[in-house]
Ligand binder design. Structure first.
Ligand SMILES: Nc1nc2c(c(=O)[nH]1)N[C@H]1C(S)=C(S)[C@@H](COP(=O)(O)O)O[C@H]1N2
Ligand SMILES: [Mo]
Length: 429
């Protein structure tokens, strides 16, 4: 903030002084030619655009309508892009993370929605796409996309998170996106799976539905029938427009609160069975080895979790004084009831404000006003969901699950703030 002086407030004087400035500026520019005219004129243009002057973008009409048929962000926002890890191979089995630290609110813009795929992103012609529903049903059916869109539609806001977000033992990475960017939230539109199943008629022995994607990975997961008859959706739109190819165009399964992997994209088949398929993705992957040697499998729901996105790793507090701490909390088990924030390395906790709306199985934004005294400290958040479950520390998680685990790390993330204001990941310090 800069205080407005009386002189600045005097528009007439401002215009005259600007003319003076322009005239003298021309002389300076001429004299400084050898030193690089471009730099000088840029700096002068910047001053010219500041109050009380009329900025250059007010002096002529802007770009005409139709110069962009599909809108894009301002060119000044070009650094806000998906975060594609450089240390992982990105051919075929790949992931790109949401830049959580650069976003506000709870909705992820479609172009920044995280993506995770095991066989590349297929290009599917919706006119040639079919959904097959068979197995333990009275009437096996094949649906076109038009058939699916004829069902009554529903829209809901839900988060989606990969259970490999982040790796378990030593959460590496600098930014909130590196650590937690396999997480996004959108308004999804589609049809309740229950309605579609009623059309086929489930047989009494139906206990599981094995869902298969139309990608080169033919990703396959078994879903318990209870979830299929609850809030599961067949989704064709995200944030108002059709699904992006990366999110499963033209059709995906959406299982609110379940680990990302089960939300099968490019959905082509629902096989109703009495037993799970024990596919690769639910045995060798997305299952965790416990200290006693047993396998923790079919861990469907993502447990309560939160992360401070501002200030967060890679950012810097410019000065001591007022800063708002802001972040995201979510739980696969329902609504977020409370978020606590600690600004003293976990010694004491304060209740953060939750921003409306607080939705079931959606991201919830929290914030805490904070006066930073300029000393080094560690800040962190912990989420409590409506079941009363409290987000654990990494040490608590390791004590129960041992260190052979790979997936399902919902531990608290501490950020270290140095005296100079630099924010770094304190979990892998
Ligand atoms: N068909 C198919 N579905 C899939 C995948 C895939 O590779 N193929 N990846 C899964 C994984 S591991 C995750 S975390 C989510 C990611 O969804 P998104 O790319 O829309 O964010 O989709 C799941 N569904
Ligand atoms: Mo995933």
């Amino acid at each position: 903030m800069t205080e407005l002086t009386d002189a600045d407030n005097d528009q007439d004087r401002a215009v005259t002084s600007r003319r003076h400035f322009l005239r003298s500026g021309a002389a300076v520019g001429g004299a400084a030619l050898a030193g690089g005219l471009a730099g000088i004129s840029e700096a002068r243009a910047e001053i010219d655009n500041l109050p009380p002057n009329v900025p250059e973008w007010m002096k002529a009409p802007g770009d005409p309508m139709g110069s962009q048929l599909y809108g894009a962000p301002s060119p000044f926002e070009k650094s806000v892009v998906k975060n594609i890890p450089k240390n992982l191979p990105q051919y075929i089995s790949a992931s790109g993370r949401t830049p959580l630290q650069d976003l506000d609110g709870i909705i992820t813009p479609n172009g920044l929605f995280y993506e995770r795929h095991h066989g590349g992103v297929p290009t599917i012609d919706p006119a040639q796409h079919r959904l097959m529903l068979h197995g333990l049903v009275e009437r096996p059916l094949i649906f076109t996309m038009e058939d699916i869109r004829r069902f009554p539609s529903e829209s809901h806001i839900y988060f989606l998170e990969c259970s490999g977000n982040p790796v378990y033992k030593k959460p590496y990475g600098k930014t909130a996106s590196d650590l937690c960017g396999l997480l996004s939230c959108a308004e999804w539109t589609g049809v309740s799976l229950k309605l579609v199943l009623a059309e086929a008629g489930l047989k009494p022995e139906a206990k599981w539905i094995v869902a298969e994607g139309a990608d080169a990975a033919a990703l396959t997961r078994s879903i318990p029938i209870e979830k299929c008859l609850d809030d599961a959706m067949l989704v064709y739109s995200q944030n108002g427009e059709r699904l992006r190819p990366q999110q499963g165009y033209p059709l995906r399964l959406l299982l609110p609160g379940f680990e990302g992997n089960m939300n099968v994209k490019w959905l082509r088949r629902l096989h109703v069975t009495a037993e799970p398929a024990y596919s690769r993705e639910e045995t060798s992957k997305y299952t965790d080895l416990m200290p006693d040697g047993s396998a923790r499998e079919f861990t469907f729901y993502m447990e309560a979790k939160s992360i401070i996105t501002r200030p967060s790793g890679g950012q810097r507090l410019g000065s001591k004084g007022f800063h708002e701490i802001s972040g995201l909390a979510w739980s696969g088990h329902g609504k977020i009831r409370r978020v606590d924030v600690s600004i003293d390395g976990g010694k004491s906790w304060q209740e953060a404000q939750l921003q409306e709306p607080i939705l079931t199985r959606a991201l919830t934004r929290f914030r805490l006003p904070w006066h930073w005294n300029g000393e080094a400290t560690t800040i962190q958040s912990r989420a409590i969901d409506e079941t009363g479950y409290v987000q654990p520390t990494l040490a608590e998680l390791l004590a129960v699950r041992g260190d052979n685990h790979f997936y399902h790390n919902n531990a608290i993330w501490p950020w270290h703030i140095a005296e100079g204001g630099e924010v770094t990941n304190a979990a892998n310090a």
